[in-house]
Design a protein around this ligand. Structure first.
Ligand code: ADP
Ligand code: ADP
Length: 241
Protein backbone atom coordinates (compact mmCIF):
# COMPACT_ATOMS: atom_id res chain seq x y z
CA UNK A 1 0.00 0.00 0.00
CA UNK A 2 1.51 3.34 -1.05
CA UNK A 3 2.38 5.98 1.54
CA UNK A 4 2.16 8.70 -1.14
CA UNK A 5 -0.05 8.48 -4.20
CA UNK A 6 -0.24 11.06 -6.95
CA UNK A 7 -2.85 10.37 -9.64
CA UNK A 8 -3.15 12.36 -12.88
CA UNK A 9 -2.24 15.57 -11.10
CA UNK A 10 -2.18 18.87 -12.96
CA UNK A 11 -1.61 22.33 -11.50
CA UNK A 12 -2.47 25.51 -13.36
CA UNK A 13 -1.71 28.76 -11.53
CA UNK A 14 -3.97 31.80 -11.63
CA UNK A 15 -1.88 33.43 -14.35
CA UNK A 16 -2.31 30.41 -16.64
CA UNK A 17 1.08 28.79 -15.99
CA UNK A 18 0.78 25.00 -16.31
CA UNK A 19 3.24 23.97 -13.60
CA UNK A 20 2.37 20.24 -13.59
CA UNK A 21 0.76 18.16 -16.33
CA UNK A 22 -0.92 14.81 -15.65
CA UNK A 23 1.70 13.59 -13.20
CA UNK A 24 1.23 10.12 -11.67
CA UNK A 25 3.41 8.04 -9.35
CA UNK A 26 3.21 6.24 -6.04
CA UNK A 27 5.77 5.84 -3.28
CA UNK A 28 5.93 2.97 -0.80
CA UNK A 29 6.89 3.33 2.84
CA UNK A 30 10.66 3.28 3.31
CA UNK A 31 11.60 4.46 -0.18
CA UNK A 32 14.28 7.12 -0.72
CA UNK A 33 13.19 9.18 -3.69
CA UNK A 34 14.84 12.11 -5.39
CA UNK A 35 12.83 14.53 -7.50
CA UNK A 36 15.03 16.01 -10.13
CA UNK A 37 14.44 18.78 -12.64
CA UNK A 38 15.70 22.09 -13.92
CA UNK A 39 14.56 25.33 -12.36
CA UNK A 40 10.92 25.92 -13.29
CA UNK A 41 10.18 22.23 -13.99
CA UNK A 42 7.58 22.01 -11.20
CA UNK A 43 9.49 20.58 -8.21
CA UNK A 44 8.35 23.17 -5.67
CA UNK A 45 4.78 22.98 -6.93
CA UNK A 46 4.87 19.21 -6.40
CA UNK A 47 6.40 19.66 -2.92
CA UNK A 48 3.56 22.01 -1.99
CA UNK A 49 0.95 19.61 -3.35
CA UNK A 50 2.46 16.80 -1.26
CA UNK A 51 2.45 18.86 1.94
CA UNK A 52 -1.09 20.08 1.37
CA UNK A 53 -0.29 23.77 1.14
CA UNK A 54 -1.54 23.77 -2.45
CA UNK A 55 -4.38 21.80 -4.07
CA UNK A 56 -4.19 20.32 -7.56
CA UNK A 57 -6.28 21.83 -10.36
CA UNK A 58 -7.19 18.26 -11.29
CA UNK A 59 -6.20 14.80 -10.11
CA UNK A 60 -5.66 13.41 -6.64
CA UNK A 61 -2.91 13.53 -4.02
CA UNK A 62 -3.05 11.04 -1.14
CA UNK A 63 -0.57 11.01 1.70
CA UNK A 64 -0.61 8.41 4.51
CA UNK A 65 -3.85 7.07 3.08
CA UNK A 66 -5.68 10.38 3.08
CA UNK A 67 -6.86 12.44 0.11
CA UNK A 68 -5.45 15.88 0.93
CA UNK A 69 -8.30 17.71 -0.85
CA UNK A 70 -10.81 16.20 1.55
CA UNK A 71 -9.14 17.15 4.82
CA UNK A 72 -10.30 19.93 7.09
CA UNK A 73 -7.76 22.41 8.41
CA UNK A 74 -7.56 20.46 11.63
CA UNK A 75 -7.15 17.09 9.93
CA UNK A 76 -4.40 18.52 7.75
CA UNK A 77 -2.58 19.83 10.83
CA UNK A 78 -2.92 16.41 12.43
CA UNK A 79 -1.51 14.73 9.31
CA UNK A 80 1.41 17.17 9.23
CA UNK A 81 2.60 16.02 12.67
CA UNK A 82 3.55 12.78 10.88
CA UNK A 83 5.45 14.59 8.13
CA UNK A 84 8.56 16.70 8.42
CA UNK A 85 9.24 19.50 5.97
CA UNK A 86 12.77 20.64 5.19
CA UNK A 87 13.31 23.80 3.15
CA UNK A 88 16.12 25.39 1.21
CA UNK A 89 16.18 28.36 3.58
CA UNK A 90 16.09 26.27 6.80
CA UNK A 91 12.92 27.88 8.23
CA UNK A 92 14.42 28.40 11.67
CA UNK A 93 13.28 31.16 13.99
CA UNK A 94 16.40 33.38 14.01
CA UNK A 95 15.88 34.94 17.45
CA UNK A 96 15.39 31.63 19.25
CA UNK A 97 18.15 29.38 20.60
CA UNK A 98 19.21 26.23 18.77
CA UNK A 99 17.63 24.11 21.51
CA UNK A 100 14.29 25.85 21.13
CA UNK A 101 14.37 25.59 17.36
CA UNK A 102 15.01 21.86 17.61
CA UNK A 103 12.25 21.44 20.18
CA UNK A 104 9.79 22.90 17.70
CA UNK A 105 9.99 19.53 15.95
CA UNK A 106 7.90 18.10 18.78
CA UNK A 107 5.21 20.70 18.52
CA UNK A 108 4.30 20.14 14.89
CA UNK A 109 3.36 22.93 12.56
CA UNK A 110 2.23 25.78 14.79
CA UNK A 111 3.07 29.44 14.69
CA UNK A 112 6.31 30.93 16.08
CA UNK A 113 4.23 32.90 18.57
CA UNK A 114 2.71 29.76 19.99
CA UNK A 115 6.17 28.23 20.22
CA UNK A 116 7.59 31.17 22.14
CA UNK A 117 4.70 31.03 24.59
CA UNK A 118 4.95 27.29 25.15
CA UNK A 119 8.71 27.05 25.31
CA UNK A 120 9.54 29.21 28.31
CA UNK A 121 11.38 26.42 30.05
CA UNK A 122 12.55 23.03 28.88
CA UNK A 123 12.84 20.17 31.38
CA UNK A 124 16.22 18.58 32.09
CA UNK A 125 15.11 15.48 30.25
CA UNK A 126 14.06 17.47 27.21
CA UNK A 127 17.39 19.27 27.17
CA UNK A 128 19.23 15.94 27.28
CA UNK A 129 17.21 14.61 24.41
CA UNK A 130 17.84 17.74 22.36
CA UNK A 131 21.54 17.57 23.26
CA UNK A 132 21.75 14.00 21.97
CA UNK A 133 20.03 14.85 18.70
CA UNK A 134 22.28 17.87 18.19
CA UNK A 135 25.36 15.74 18.88
CA UNK A 136 24.22 13.36 16.15
CA UNK A 137 24.42 16.19 13.62
CA UNK A 138 27.71 17.52 14.99
CA UNK A 139 26.36 20.50 16.94
CA UNK A 140 26.66 19.27 20.54
CA UNK A 141 27.98 22.54 21.94
CA UNK A 142 25.51 24.91 20.28
CA UNK A 143 22.37 24.50 22.44
CA UNK A 144 22.23 28.04 23.75
CA UNK A 145 23.40 29.81 20.60
CA UNK A 146 20.86 31.85 18.67
CA UNK A 147 19.98 30.31 15.32
CA UNK A 148 20.84 33.57 13.56
CA UNK A 149 24.45 33.29 14.74
CA UNK A 150 25.09 30.02 12.90
CA UNK A 151 26.40 29.52 9.38
CA UNK A 152 24.02 28.32 6.67
CA UNK A 153 25.25 24.74 6.87
CA UNK A 154 24.91 24.74 10.66
CA UNK A 155 21.39 26.13 10.38
CA UNK A 156 20.40 23.35 8.02
CA UNK A 157 21.82 20.83 10.51
CA UNK A 158 19.63 22.38 13.21
CA UNK A 159 16.67 22.00 10.86
CA UNK A 160 17.54 18.34 10.44
CA UNK A 161 17.95 17.86 14.20
CA UNK A 162 14.43 19.29 14.51
CA UNK A 163 13.26 16.72 11.96
CA UNK A 164 14.94 13.85 13.85
CA UNK A 165 13.30 14.88 17.12
CA UNK A 166 9.90 15.02 15.44
CA UNK A 167 10.18 11.31 14.45
CA UNK A 168 8.17 11.71 11.26
CA UNK A 169 7.01 8.91 8.98
CA UNK A 170 7.84 11.00 5.92
CA UNK A 171 10.47 13.64 5.29
CA UNK A 172 9.66 16.03 2.44
CA UNK A 173 12.62 18.19 1.54
CA UNK A 174 12.59 21.03 -0.97
CA UNK A 175 16.11 21.60 -2.27
CA UNK A 176 17.65 21.16 1.20
CA UNK A 177 21.20 21.51 -0.07
CA UNK A 178 20.68 24.42 -2.45
CA UNK A 179 22.18 26.98 -0.05
CA UNK A 180 25.07 25.02 1.48
CA UNK A 181 28.61 24.14 0.35
CA UNK A 182 29.48 20.76 -1.17
CA UNK A 183 30.95 19.35 2.05
CA UNK A 184 27.84 20.24 4.05
CA UNK A 185 25.63 18.92 1.24
CA UNK A 186 27.22 15.46 1.56
CA UNK A 187 26.93 15.59 5.34
CA UNK A 188 23.24 16.48 5.18
CA UNK A 189 22.35 13.90 2.55
CA UNK A 190 24.20 11.26 4.57
CA UNK A 191 22.07 12.12 7.60
CA UNK A 192 18.94 11.76 5.46
CA UNK A 193 20.19 8.45 4.09
CA UNK A 194 20.82 7.14 7.60
CA UNK A 195 17.37 8.20 8.82
CA UNK A 196 15.93 6.38 5.84
CA UNK A 197 17.99 3.21 6.25
CA UNK A 198 18.03 2.89 10.04
CA UNK A 199 14.59 4.22 10.95
CA UNK A 200 12.73 3.44 7.76
CA UNK A 201 11.58 7.04 7.31
CA UNK A 202 10.31 7.63 3.77
CA UNK A 203 12.34 10.37 2.11
CA UNK A 204 11.17 12.50 -0.80
CA UNK A 205 13.72 15.11 -1.69
CA UNK A 206 13.74 17.78 -4.41
CA UNK A 207 17.20 18.17 -5.82
CA UNK A 208 18.58 20.43 -8.48
CA UNK A 209 21.94 18.70 -8.87
CA UNK A 210 21.97 15.44 -10.81
CA UNK A 211 25.15 14.04 -9.24
CA UNK A 212 23.77 14.22 -5.69
CA UNK A 213 20.50 12.62 -6.75
CA UNK A 214 22.36 9.77 -8.45
CA UNK A 215 24.51 9.18 -5.37
CA UNK A 216 21.94 9.37 -2.58
CA UNK A 217 18.59 8.24 -3.99
CA UNK A 218 17.27 4.77 -4.77
CA UNK A 219 14.70 6.07 -7.16
CA UNK A 220 14.48 9.16 -9.32
CA UNK A 221 11.45 11.05 -10.50
CA UNK A 222 12.48 13.52 -13.18
CA UNK A 223 10.34 16.50 -14.12
CA UNK A 224 10.68 18.50 -17.30
CA UNK A 225 8.38 21.44 -17.97
CA UNK A 226 5.76 20.00 -15.63
CA UNK A 227 5.84 16.49 -17.05
CA UNK A 228 7.20 13.37 -15.40
CA UNK A 229 9.72 12.14 -17.95
CA UNK A 230 11.50 9.46 -15.89
CA UNK A 231 10.61 7.23 -12.95
CA UNK A 232 13.15 4.57 -12.11
CA UNK A 233 16.47 3.67 -10.52
CA UNK A 234 19.40 6.10 -10.84
CA UNK A 235 21.45 3.47 -12.71
CA UNK A 236 19.07 3.52 -15.67
CA UNK A 237 18.68 7.30 -15.78
CA UNK A 238 19.80 8.46 -19.24
CA UNK A 239 20.99 11.80 -17.86
CA UNK A 240 19.87 15.37 -18.19
CA UNK A 241 18.72 16.73 -21.53
P1 ADP B 1 -3.11 31.34 -7.61
O1 ADP B 1 -4.21 31.92 -8.44
O2 ADP B 1 -2.92 29.85 -7.83
O3 ADP B 1 -3.20 31.72 -6.17
P2 ADP B 1 -1.39 33.49 -8.46
O4 ADP B 1 -1.08 33.60 -9.91
O5 ADP B 1 -2.43 34.37 -7.90
O6 ADP B 1 -1.74 31.96 -8.15
O7 ADP B 1 -0.03 33.72 -7.67
C1 ADP B 1 0.10 33.43 -6.31
C2 ADP B 1 1.37 34.07 -5.80
O8 ADP B 1 2.54 33.57 -6.48
C3 ADP B 1 1.37 35.55 -6.03
O9 ADP B 1 1.92 36.17 -4.87
C4 ADP B 1 2.29 35.74 -7.22
O10 ADP B 1 2.97 36.98 -7.15
C5 ADP B 1 3.28 34.62 -7.07
N1 ADP B 1 3.82 34.23 -8.39
C6 ADP B 1 3.30 34.58 -9.58
N2 ADP B 1 4.01 34.12 -10.59
C7 ADP B 1 5.02 33.42 -10.04
C8 ADP B 1 6.10 32.66 -10.58
N3 ADP B 1 6.31 32.53 -11.90
N4 ADP B 1 6.95 32.04 -9.75
C9 ADP B 1 6.74 32.15 -8.42
N5 ADP B 1 5.76 32.86 -7.85
C10 ADP B 1 4.90 33.50 -8.66
P1 ADP C 1 10.86 24.43 -9.65
O1 ADP C 1 10.65 24.24 -8.18
O2 ADP C 1 11.23 23.16 -10.35
O3 ADP C 1 11.78 25.54 -9.95
P2 ADP C 1 8.18 25.56 -9.65
O4 ADP C 1 7.21 24.54 -9.18
O5 ADP C 1 8.60 26.60 -8.69
O6 ADP C 1 9.45 24.82 -10.28
O7 ADP C 1 7.57 26.31 -10.91
C1 ADP C 1 6.97 25.64 -12.01
C2 ADP C 1 6.38 26.67 -12.96
O8 ADP C 1 5.29 27.34 -12.33
C3 ADP C 1 7.34 27.78 -13.35
O9 ADP C 1 7.04 28.16 -14.65
C4 ADP C 1 7.03 28.89 -12.37
O10 ADP C 1 7.38 30.15 -12.88
C5 ADP C 1 5.54 28.74 -12.21
N1 ADP C 1 5.03 29.17 -10.88
C6 ADP C 1 5.45 28.75 -9.67
N2 ADP C 1 4.73 29.29 -8.69
C7 ADP C 1 3.81 30.08 -9.30
C8 ADP C 1 2.76 30.91 -8.83
N3 ADP C 1 2.48 31.03 -7.53
N4 ADP C 1 2.03 31.56 -9.74
C9 ADP C 1 2.28 31.45 -11.05
N5 ADP C 1 3.25 30.66 -11.57
C10 ADP C 1 4.00 29.99 -10.70
Amino acid sequence: KPIIQVENVSKVYGNGTKALKEVSFSIKAGERVGILGASGSGKTTLFRLLNGSLLPTSGRVSVLGQDLAELSHRQLRQLRTRISLVYQNYNLIPGLSVAHNVYMGRLGSISPWQVMRSLGWLTVREREEIQAVLASVGLANKLEVKASELSGGQQQRVAIARTILARPEIILADEPIASVDVHTAHLLLNIFKELNEKQGITLVCNLHQVDFALTYCQRLLVLQKGQLIYDGPPEAFPGPG
